[in-house]
Design a protein around this ligand. Structure first.
Ligand SMILES: Cc1ncc(COP(=O)(O)O)c(C=O)c1O
Length: 395
């Protein structure tokens, strides 16, 4: 197919649910993508947080190659070696508990929402979430999402969610009532503009949940798997949640999600209560094992911390050379640059010059490179970004 034919097919046969950039990628390696015309792009937003280990990491490719020739899918009424191994690795990496496998972040959050309903025993069901959060597009996850723009047109949404200010413990305290069963937050709001939960807030949320008998659900779909320089973002806060949800970086590029609930609550989910046909298949769990091995063997957590600090320092330097950057913030390699102007033109200028980043909430450039990004690649990206910012500033 030519590029033109691809575009025409999309026009004719695919719902226009996404605004797409006019490019067709055909190859990816690490932090570099190649399009159908052979043009190379430096990808500092790989897969919207999916490709934490970079595109086509050798360990993920080897795992998939090995598994695909043996067994691709078996349903969950049988046992599987890879699923067993992956659950053990996730529990080791997070906290003692049990895992439910699914296929996406929204589904992982649906599982957590249903789990909290079981915890509430039919008497308590309300979940406190935060404004500007993003938990997914399925009806429950959408109702949990604290942004009206995503909910518009889909009423009535499932009841039982209330969104309060992020990083405001008193807002949570005031929202608690007899029906409240859980608090659900992202340790760093990603889509919401890279808003980092403060240590005091996280500790206070944990304490409040303990005091009131509420489940603390952390949505680590975007922050998980090394994104913030730790395997999970909750590790920065010296707390343990009751439930974490994960997806994106878990599968090294393949679609997989999971919910992990602490042992003391694990009895709540019993046979027949929840399920999904594809969840935790031999293929995707093998890919996830490959991705986790890559993170460990290539020392990616350390690299994420070192490169995250370097990137942030350089971006703060850039802030002093332009008048359009309001703030640089983030955790590890989850970095936001809030502009004083609309970010679309900066983002587009970067793209034209072969750099992929993201712009969220209109004004926040979101930069989330692969965890194995090199200093040289960051320098190259910053060079393009600085030129883009200065060009836009002048115009
Ligand atoms: C924090 C968070 N939760 C949930 C989701 C939904 O994940 P998915 O798109 O895999 O359903 C996302 C997606 O961006 C996310 O960032």
């Amino acid at each position: 197919m030519t590029k033109k034919e691809v575009f025409e097919s999309y026009d004719q046969f695919i719902f226009p649910t996404y605004s797409r950039l006019p490019v067709v990628f055909v190859k990816g390696k690490g932090s570099v993508l190649t399009d159908i015309d052979g043009k190379k792009y430096l990808d500092l937003f790989p897969g919207w947080g999916v490709s934490n280990v970079g595109h086509c990491h050798p360990k993920v490719m080897a795992a998939v190659r090995d598994q695909i020739s043996k067994l691709i899918h078996i349903p969950n009424n049988f046992f599987g070696i890879n699923q067993a191994r992956l659950a053990r690795e996730l529990v080791r990496a997070a906290f003692p508990g049990k895992v439910f496998f699914c296929n996406s972040g929204a589904e992982a959050n649906e599982a957590a929402i249903k789990f909290s309903r079981l915890f509430g025993k039919g008497e308590r069901f309300e979940i406190i979430t935060t404004l500007n959060s993003f938990h997914g597009r399925t009806m429950g996850a959408l109702s949990a999402t604290g942004q009206g723009k995503y909910q518009k047109g889909f009423a009535p949404l499932p009841a039982g969610f209330v969104a309060v200010l992020f990083n405001d413990i008193e807002a949570i305290r005031s929202a608690i009532n007899d029906r409240t069963v859980a608090v659900m937050i992202e340790p760093v709001q990603g889509e919401g503009g890279i808003n980092v939960a403060t240590p005091q807030y996280m500790k206070a949320v944990r304490a409040l949940c303990d005091e009131k008998g509420l489940l603390l659900i952390l949505d680590e779909v975007q922050t998980g798997f090394g994104r913030t320089g730790r395997m999970f973002a909750f590790e920065h806060y010296d707390i343990e949640p009751d439930v974490i949800t994960m997806a994106k970086g878990l599968g090294g590029g393949l679609p997989i999600g999971a919910m992990l609930a602490a042992d003391k609550h694990a009895h709540l989910l019993q046979p027949g209560m929840h399920g999904t046909t594809f969840g935790g298949s031999p293929l995707v769990t093998k890919a996830a094992l490959g991705a986790m091995e890559a993170i460990a063997k290539d020392k990616m957590l350390k690299n994420a911390r070192v490169m995250g600090a370097y990137l942030t320092e350089k971006l703060n330097g850039l802030k002093s050379r332009t008048s359009i950057i309001k703030e640089v913030r983030g955790l590890g390699l989850m970095v936001g640059v809030e502009l004083l102007i609309d970010g679309k033109s900066v983002f587009e200028e970067c793209f034209r010059n072969g750099l992929i980043i993201n712009c969220t909430q209109g004004k926040v450039l979101r930069i989330m490179p692969a965890l194995n990004i090199t200093r040289k690649q960051i320098d190259k990206a910053l060079n393009i970004l600085e030129k883009a910012i200065l060009t836009v500033e002048k115009s």
